[in-house]
Write a protein that binds this ligand. Structure first.
Ligand code: BG6
Length: 507
């Protein structure tokens, strides 16, 4: 997002392909509704839900209303507010695979251009399965729908390809029809409030930068653990696995924000240049290194409160002999002057014991220890813990004297806790990202070279894991911290994962 987020003023037409799909219901419409309630939407805007269903405007609006009631962070809709918002919505039957059904969209666009007496921004939103992104782009082009590089944008969701080759192919297709500055590839982690704050934290504070390098940082952990399993997404997930589903995008983007050099300005291309440099500097593993720097896992069933939770291979639409990983822990190095020799550990998994996304920067030990007490032992290392969700907080852990007659030390937190801040009801990631797309700001979206650099980095691991099956699968029980080998991966370097209990981050 730009330095100052601005209320959208330019008339906008939002065409959502997949207008009745899950993403539209859960994320896109609730986000647009909240932007509308908070006064961010332009005066003139239209949301056109496009899908194969046979609906009229009224049925469509009724469906969307119940989704907003269920999924909006602001709770149930109020009658008058919904009525005003709904007056901006229409439905259009479109079959993505049938080019001729795109034609009426051009009539609709022309109608609003005339009505508003202004050339509006047009946002084509591909809220459909990835195999249709290319088809939608082709059909927009074939039907000569408005594609002015100045005013037209296309939003595509992840996954962006399933390997380097398919990502390149998709980039080529999109770039034949749109310019890079029209393509908005979503990684919703970049829209999360705390993730955006990492940049402010790093680049608006004088005290951080001198410490942010190999001289002071011992190691970095990025951990995104989820209690949920794969739900009803077996078909997709069994062909993906967490390496594709989480690491190639969300976790690598987090590394980029932590490890990037300071940008010269807060401009979309400048920020993304600095991020892509990180991916290019990351050490690409040779196949003989992969076992030593990675661990994969797959969950087995377990009983939680007397109720059986299915193992991965028993989930719907999953191959009973599946080799797909539901957990991964990886160690990376960023080979540049700033980070040489500092390990970055990444961990993510499904059906783990706790849902928590956090980044921990562990600083080195003090060079000479003068405080060693029997009671409190050796002072702990400083740590910066960035909790992204569900807790939203940034805490600096320092050592301090416990008040009293003895020289005993304990860890104290300098804490920015979002729940104590009035602005805690912060916008959801999709609100931030959609407003940026409406305003034409690409800072938080993935550029073609970023996506490809991320695939390049994980391709050796993907290939190796596909060729060498996980012979010990399933190797962790649901409701655990993942496979024991994940502990071993980090322990052999003398560290351990920070599985910290709720608000009490002291160990
Ligand atoms: C999605 C993945 O991109 O991110 C899901 O496909 C995952 O598998 C989800 O559960 C996690 O997002 P969040 O915002 O809930 O952390």
């Amino acid at each position: 997002m730009a330095n100052t987020s601005s209320v959208a003023t330019k008339s906008t037409i939002f065409i959502i392909f997949g207008g009745t799909g899950d993403l539209t219901k859960r994320k896109i419409i609730p986000a647009l509704y909240n932007l509308f309630l908070d006064g961010w939407m332009p005066e003139n805007f239209k949301i056109i839900g496009a899908s194969l269903d046979n609906l009229n405007d009224e049925n469509y609006k009724t469906k969307l209303k119940s989704s907003v009631d269920e999924f909006s962070r602001k709770g149930k809709t109020k009658k008058e507010e919904w009525k005003k918002f709904a007056s901006h919505i229409t439905f259009q039957e479109v079959d993505i695979n049938n080019s001729s059904t795109f034609k009426p969209l051009s009539v609709i666009i022309e109608r609003y251009k005339k009505e508003w007496e202004e050339k509006p921004s047009i946002i084509y939103y591909c809220a459909v399965a990835p195999q249709f992104f290319g088809t939608i782009a082709e059909n927009i082009s074939q039907n000569k729908l408005d594609n002015d590089p100045e005013t037209t944008r296309i939003i595509v969701e992840k996954p962006f390809g399933r390997d380097l080759e398919s990502a390149k192919k998709l980039n080529n297709t999109l770039l034949r029809i749109f310019n890079e500055n029209q393509i908005y590839r979503i990684d919703h982690y970049l829209g999360k409030e705390v993730v955006q704050n990492i940049m402010a934290f790093r680049f608006a504070n004088e005290i951080i930068e001198p410490l942010w390098n190999r001289n002071h940082v011992e190691h970095v952990q990025i951990s995104v653990t989820e209690q949920i399993g794969i739900g009803d997404r077996g078909k997709y997930f069994d062909h993906a696995g967490v390496l594709r589903d989480m690491i190639q995008n969300h976790l690598l983007q987090l590394i980029c924000i932590i490890a990037m050099e300071p940008p010269i300005c807060f401009d979309a291309d400048e920020v993304r240049n600095k991020k892509v440099d990180v991916l290019k500097a990351m050490h690409k593993s040779m196949s003989e290194e992969i076992d030593a720097m990675s661990v994969r896992g797959q969950y087995s069933s377990c009983l939680i409160k007397g109720k059986e939770v299915l193992g991965y291979r028993e989930e719907e639409n999953v191959d009973p002999e599946s080799n797909t990983e539901t957990f991964a822990a990886l160690k990376f190095y960023v080979d540049n002057w700033r980070w040489q020799g500092v390990p970055f550990y990444l961990r993510t998994g499904k059906r783990l014991i706790k849902t928590a996304s956090m980044i921990t920067i562990q600083f080195k030990e003090v060079p000479h220890k003068i405080f060693i007490s029997e009671k409190s032992g050796t002072p702990k290392q400083n740590r910066l813990v960035i909790s992204i969700q569900p807790d939203m907080a940034i805490r600096f852990q320092l050592q301090s004297k416990i008040p009293g007659l003895e020289m005993d030390l304990d860890t104290v937190d300098i804490l920015f806790d979002y729940s104590e801040n009035k602005k805690a009801d912060s916008p959801k990631a999709y609100e931030t990202l959609l407003l940026d797309a409406i305003n034409g700001d690409q800072t938080l979206f993935m550029r073609a070279d970023q996506v490809e650099a991320a695939w390049k980095l994980i391709m050796p691991i993907l290939d190796y894991w596909e060729k060498n099956i996980g012979s010990d699968f399933p190797n962790y029980s649901a409701n655990s911290w993942g496979p024991d080998k994940a502990e071993a991966l980090i322990e052999k370097d003398g560290f351990h994962w920070f599985n910290l209990p709720d608000k009490n981050l002291k160990e």
